[in-house]
Design a binder for this molecule. Structure first.
Ligand code: AMP
Ligand code: GLY
Length: 427
């Protein structure tokens, strides 16, 4: 079969790499893809959020399965358009993708289905937002309702800060995305990322991962898209995983299906492990980046039957449950992000990255490209904020981490910025 993958980041490189290993697959196509993905299959210069262009491309290629990586096209309804043309698509409908695209929508669904999360309110005017803030204590959590490239959440330490932030957000700090706000209670605890692959009824829970959102070691400095990740995350004990399944996954999937918005694809549950148990911080309608790189690295089974089953639905529960047999006792894996200098501000592009080929040949090591380009001489150069994902497995997390950092030591890219403490919570 032939599979079209939408996206161009480290997440999509990892998905393409994993899918390419399937004996079921003849050809992989990517749009827009990247120079690294081009080594796995032809790339087409159509942007990931160009819904019309992607429909045309799909009609031309006629893939047997389309896997949508990022949230933007899902929020624009790409999955619906492609399904309406008869394609099998891994990714939720526009209605279901609102779980990520509108934080207020997600909170309302959780409230309706009795899913544990922070107490909240939705606001479009300053006076009622302030009245709600009066009922909370510091720190205050303010969220732009819409998609804001991962930057739409502000945690204000004081009420003065919260009031100032409130005015800025409502007057367009994040454009239309912050015309409406969610304000919520602050939750204390440790975070984890849980990924549920589902056809809308059946589901498979992948090993819990932990992301490292801050730029600096020891989780300091500004937030980023994620500077590294590892899995399995020991904070998510089997008991907690069971609670997530019973208290979050099942009611969400049942509720969404019951409301005519069955969720098909991968549901990313950002969980806070609080003193009262797991609570939802956020939902995303896609794999995490860089968590996906870790999950693809440690997954032993062929992912393609699971992607297909989620896309097409209708599989019997018992068969569905057997699609990824080894996920119960996953191999530890880690990914360390190498970013361009300046990230998460404006990254400096163009520095040459050397010795990648050799560095990527260490045992249990795979280097995924998140933001590289080729220069005129055929060298990989930095071409984004997050540039490389140095990913490794091992018999222990320690071994995986040592392998990843050994590979980084081999890469000739003095400009590259990375954290030296990925996995510290588990180690
Ligand atoms: P989000 O984009 O919703 O994941 O929020 C970004 C980050 O803000 C999360 O990963 C958390 O670290 C933090 N955060 C969001 N909501 C809360 C909350 N209610 N309590 C504590 N931290 C939160
Ligand atoms: N790593 C966080 C995200 O993908 O949103």
């Amino acid at each position: 079969m032939n599979i079209l993958i939408i996206g161009s980041g480290g997440r999509e490189h990892a998905l393409a790499w994993k899918i390419a290993q399937s004996p079921l697959v003849d050809t992989i196509w990517c749009a827009p893809g990247s120079p690294a993905m081009d080594l796995l299959g032809p790339c087409f210069d159509v942007a990931a959020d160009d819904v019309e262009g992607l429909q045309k491309l799909a009609l031309q290629l006629e893939p047997d399965l389309i896997v949508i990586g990022p949230e933007a096209p899902l929020a624009k309804g790409l999955a619906d358009f492609l399904r309406a043309r008869g394609f099998d698509v891994f990714g939720p409908s526009q209605a279901a993708a609102q779980l990520e695209a509108s934080k207020g929508f997600a909170k309302d669904r959780m409230a309706a289905y009795g899913v544990p999360t922070a107490r909240y309110g939705r606001f479009t005017d300053i006076a009622s937002a302030k009245a709600f803030l009066d009922t909370l204590s510091a720190p205050f959590v303010l969220k732009a309702d819409g998609l804001a490239a991962g930057k739409g959440v502000v945690i204000a330490a004081t009420r003065e800060e919260a009031d100032a932030e409130l005015s800025e957000m409502l007057s367009g700090k994040f454009g239309g995305a912050s015309a409406e706000l969610v304000i919520e209670e602050f939750m204390e605890g440790e975070e984890a990322s849980i990924f549920v692959m589902t056809d809308g009824i059946n589901y498979l829970t992948l090993p819990a991962a932990q992301d490292h959102k801050r730029i600096g070691e020891g989780d300091t400095g500004p937030n980023t898209g994620g500077m590294g990740a590892y899995a399995p995350a020991p904070v998510m004990t089997p008991e907690l995983m069971k609670r997530v399944e019973e208290e979050i996954t099942v009611p969400m999937l049942r509720g969404m299906a019951g409301d005519g918005m069955p969720y098909r694809g991968v549901l990313y549950i950002g969980v806070m492990v609080t003193a009262d148990g797991p609570k939802v911080v956020e939902f995303n309608c896609r794999f995490g980046d860089p968590e996906c790189q870790v999950l693809m690295m440690q997954m032993e089974a062929d992912i393609v039957p699971a992607l297909l089953a989620c896309a097409t639905g209708g599989m019997r529960a018992r068969e569905f449950a057997q699609l990824l047999p080894a996920e119960e006792s996953p191999k530890p894996a880690v990914t360390v992000v190498m970013a361009a200098p300046g990230y998460p501000g404006t990254p400096e592009k163009g520095s040459v990255i050397g010795n990648l080929h050799h560095a990527g040949h260490g045992e249990g090591v795979m280097i995924f490209h998140a933001g590289t380009a080729l220069d005129a001489d055929g060298n990989f150069i930095a071409n984004g904020g997050r540039v490389l994902n140095i990913t490794a497995t091992g018999d222990t997390l320690r071994e995986a981490v040592d392998r990843a950092y050994a590979a980084i030591g081999e890469i000739d890219w003095p400009e590259g910025v990375y954290r030296r403490d990925i996995g510290w919570r588990a180690l």
